[in-house]
Design a protein around this ligand. Structure first.
Ligand code: ZN
Length: 109
């Protein structure tokens, strides 16, 4: 129960899904194509094996929206070639810029 889905959002669109570890308060770096893909790799043994391998990384701004607890989001960066997060993974370290609620303004119903 301590892990949750997260959405990776770029330019107002959900471009991928990931897994948030609520025990350690850390986002796992891999960006998956679907929620089903995330579930397939749920609680993977070595989640930090995924890293940007680009010779010249081009990090792009994204929003990570964690569905953990009362749900929150923060700004991070990702390499969309390698499909991994390269920016901030730990929302705990930056309480001032972590926001609650749906970043796209969707309602739950
Ligand atoms: Zn890369």
């Amino acid at each position: 129960m301590s892990h949750a889905y997260a959405e990776i959002i770029k330019d107002g669109k959900v471009i991928g899904w990931g897994e948030y570890n609520g025990t350690s308060d850390v986002m796992l770096p891999k960006i998956r194509e679907s929620e089903e893909e995330v579930w397939k790799h749920w609680r993977e043994r070595d989640p930090f094996q995924y890293q940007c391998k680009c010779a010249e990384p081009k990090p792009e701004p994204v929003i990570v929206y964690s569905h953990y607890g009362c749900r929150f989001w923060w700004k991070s960066e990702a390499c969309l070639t390698c499909r991994v997060l390269t920016g901030e993974l730990c929302p705990d370290d930056m309480d001032d810029i972590v926001k609650r609620g749906d970043p796209l303004g969707r309602s739950d119903d």
